[in-house]
Design a protein around this ligand. Structure first.
Ligand SMILES: [Zn+2]
Length: 279
């Protein structure tokens, strides 16, 4: 029995000003009898305000905001949250904290452009954790550095007493994963990270992106492995991005946000062509 609980907030998909959609993104509140840790922050003001309300409604003291990885959708709500909860400490595993500090200015410029001013600006980076063991009212919550997800480096949270993992973008749940920020050399390492998550034997897995109506079952681990393996094999086996999109859609018909699949497929075939030309 654990005296901890988790409560997941998932935003709706967002139509991008330049076309396509941004996948629904999760943030997770871990609560104990008196304290709370938030994992990932959202990036639109309305969603961050929902998370603020969720924390206030919990009646717990927010001690920590843990950022899984350095993509704006997971950390751009940080400044707004810290304004409301100044006592909370914003943290990440050391490699992620370093990456965010290094990329903060370029991330701000990118988000301004990509969202045409509709997303939050954020000038705050998380601090590197000195110990990867966090606590909520004395119960251990473990931060783990992971080599590869949809980006590298990344971090996850493992809560042994709940058999729960908050997985950042190592796994996706009912949503097409973003493969356009990695390449064929990264994909086996990403699959290895998925296997590592499975080795923790969780019963609850919160994916960084999921269809809002879904729960957080551990099946999303197998589903993500399956998806990644299928994608990788068919980049090799098929002729072009259009064929890959059609194949993945027939194989995973319920996966939300086909615009992510299109971007992933087009990028993968560009990389494949480049590799051929260099050979
Ligand atoms: Zn993400």
């Amino acid at each position: 029995m654990s005296d901890l609980a988790i409560d997941v907030y998932t935003c709706q998909a967002f139509e991008l000003p330049g076309g396509g959609w941004f996948s629904p993104t999760t943030s997770t509140l871990i609560t104990g009898p008196t304290e709370a840790i938030l994992v990932d922050t959202q990036f639109l003001a309305t969603d961050v305000d929902e998370v603020i309300e969720q924390i206030e409604d919990s009646g717990k003291r927010l001690t920590t905001i843990f950022i899984t990885h350095g993509h704006f959708d997971h950390y751009f709500g940080l400044e707004r949250l810290l304004n409301r909860f100044p006592q909370a400490r914003a943290v990440a595993v050391p490699a992620v904290a370093k990456a965010i500090a290094a990329n903060l200015d370029s991330d701000r410029a990118y988000v301004r452009d990509f969202f045409a001013g509709q997303a939050l600006d954020n000038a705050v980076a998380p601090e590197p954790l000195d110990s990867l063991v966090l606590t909520v009212d004395g119960t251990e919550v473990l931060a783990i550095e992971i080599e590869q997800a949809d980006t590298s480096p990344t971090g996850i949270i493992h809560i042994p007493t709940l058999q729960a993992v908050i997985a950042g973008d190592v796994v996706y749940n009912g949503v097409n994963p973003m493969l356009a920020m990695t390449n064929r050399n990264d994909w086996p390492n990403w699959i290895a990270s998925v296997d590592y998550l499975a080795s923790l034997n969780p019963t609850t897995v919160v994916a960084g992106h999921k269809r809002p109506e879904l729960d957080d079952p551990a099946d999303c681990i197998d589903e993500t492995r399956d998806y990644l393996q299928e994608f990788v094999a068919n980049v090799d086996g098929l002729e072009n991005a259009r064929e890959l999109v059609a194949h993945m859609q027939s194989r995973f018909p319920d996966h939300a946000n086909p615009s992510t699949l299109v971007v992933s497929a087009v990028t993968a075939f560009k990389q494949k062509k480049k590799k051929k030309n260099n050979a």
